[in-house]
Design a protein around this ligand. Sequence first.
Ligand code: 26M
Length: 811
Amino acid sequence: MIKKDTFDKEKFKKELESNVRMLFRRNLDEATTQQIYQAVAYSVKDDIIDNWIETHKAYEKQDKKMVYYMSMEFLMGRALGNNMINLLCYDEVRETLEELGLDMNLIEDQEPDAALGNGGLGRLAACFLDSLATLGYPAYGCGIRYRYGMFKQKIENGYQVEVPDNWLKYGNPFEIKRDEYAVEVKFGGYVDVEMHNGRQKFVQKGYQSVRAVPYDMPIVGYGNHIVNTLRIWDAEAINNFNLDSFDKGEYEKAVEQENLARTICEVLYPNDNHMAGKELRLKQQYFFISASVQRAVAKYKQTHDDIRKFHEKVTFQLNDTHPTVAVAELMRILVDEEGLEWDEAWEVTRKTCAYTNHTIMAEALEKWPIELFSRLLPRVYQIVEEINRRFVIEIQNKYPGDQEKIRKMAILYDGQVRMAHLAIAGSYSVNGVARLHTEILKKRELRDFYEMMPEKFNNKTNGITQRRFLLHGNPLLASWVTDKIGDDWITNLDHLKHLKVYVDDEKCQQEFMNIKYQNKVRLAKYIKEHNGIDVDPRSIFDCQVKRLHEYKRQLMNILHVMYLYNELKAHPDMDIVPRTFIFGAKAAAGYYTAKLTIKLINAVADKINNDPSINGKIKVVFIEDYRVSNAELIFAAADVSEQISTASKEASGTGNMKFMLNGALTLGTMDGANVEIVEEVGKDNAFIFGLSAEQVMEYEKNGNYNPRDVYNNNQDVRQVLTQLVNGFYSPENPELFRALYDALLEKDTYFTLLDFDSYKEAHNRIDAAYRDEQHWARTAMLQTASAGKFSSDRTIEEYAKEMWHLEKVTL
Ligand code: 26M
């Protein structure tokens, strides 16, 4: 056992040696770093197992209500460091390894990120699991065990190249295959009606099926002996057909089923905020939902006999519309398999499911062609039809004669299944992820639904786990904070407010900025190793790291860098505080404009970084393969956090919170959770600019914004735009960035040019503010001190108390 109170270094060393021998037939001094990582991971897992078993015994015995967090994505990152932190043995293991001449950082770096997600939505799910376990709430995460996660990004000649993420190559030491819980999931075929004891029974026939096999990963709570489960499903072929059958039909079916099983879990769709209506994606959705719901029902029935009370012990939280087929699948099981009447089943379903909306971007809204949906899921589709028929009647009763309402609200319309409408109709709760976002849902995007059922709508502002993004990611700051205010902040982030008494203390300011400096040195070293670029840790580290999307406006950021460069060239003696602009972003593989923006950033970086005439006053760095593990380094080292989305478009953002926690000042629009960040830290302690959400929506409604007006009246804007098409950054191909130029001048959908001046002016304020070292230090410390609200522990307490009505388990 390796727990803080009982940690026995010699025993740990023995375990380690024995693991290396067992796993690799080697002695410790012969093992590779990867093998040592594996051996350490198995020791840690060994320490988890007893608690894992005890936790589940306690859940069963205490018979508490359980949340199933249903998500196509869990962006977990690395497990080893996080597990050791939550087991309270991180320092002890590090010291023990040091005694063996081993470096913990190098060992941690051997673990591939579990990147089963794209960005914000997937990482939120991971933070929620950490908080659920730490708070002691009974919870399962349910998802897919993608064979390949989010692609690895390589930059070649400035372009993004996608490389498959073979994260399971060396095995996953933390997972356990649970063959005993495998279930069958059926696709296609047709529905037959049979009579059973005078009752119609709907039976799916002529289908193809796969065996869904769960793999469990432990989710360790912080210092509380609780271990919850992330259950991810893999697909295997059903083996009751013979591949050497003489019957041609049988043979073909067997091959098809093998292929189906092989393809379903093959790869994560690398789209973020964009719906690609691919058949395989719908198969993935139904696959993991059917398996998860079947298991949830079976587990409930082991200890309860009245399925009509299912919702008293189980709630399904749907992470966006991706898992929404759960509404219909639960209905199918309740009606077809459990024999409930429709109305009874519908009541149970509506009291079980809850839906979180993560975006108002129209292109992200999930709609499936009825043709596809009904062919793939014939029985589920019949159920959706009946849900829709009854829902339309409800609308008619509420708004007699109002055809417009039906057109706008029906689940089935225009040959499509509208998943958000199904989610809202089938849920007891609909929530947005930041206050502004929820208001926009209620007033605009989902207004009709809000008017018809206001009681369902509520806000749950997102949060992040401080265990990963401060305690693990920024050990220097974490121990400084603990020195000042004790370690309660680790499980109660509100305690950070006690740092406020130190913000005017000069010594504390120096200590705080010294830690920031050391973290900048750490990142500079990473940049030197990965990019070969020297950056000055005394310069302002100005960071924008997030998925690449036009609404997030990385383009505005780089256009501003281009403008600054022009200024420096025109006025070589210009006095500016040296700045390092740091970008990190993956673009969806098929998103042309996004990929071109990456190329532009790299082209600008090449030119500026290699121009000795500007004396290194600005540097531009594009960090390859931005992901959870290198994000931890970036947040810790940032001075400025760029949160510059077009107001109204970013539902919440969570990177903004990670930067704040680590003492970076926000340069942002009044969008998403930025609004609440500014509220916590005070508007004088943030650099806010740009159109408000109201103004943006007003322009969108009236269509009265013309980017050419800005172009004609703004010399600086004209100059940088011209440089997109005159070869300034692409002499070998002057037209290279034409598409970006055209998008800005013709539509400028995201108001980049209109916000440019205000953005520029906000950057000037940063330059001025940074010159006052003391004041900057005070403001930076105030960010950390004001970040208490943004813990995912707070978010999860709100979900648990206000929606799920969960009770904590006691161990
Ligand atoms: C949809 C269909 C097909 C393939 C992929 C998708 C898809 C995948 C991910 C659509 C959207 C996806 O993610 C959206 C997302 O990450 N939204 C972000 O959620 C965060 C957590 O709530 C918020 O903080 C961000 O503002 C929001 O953009």
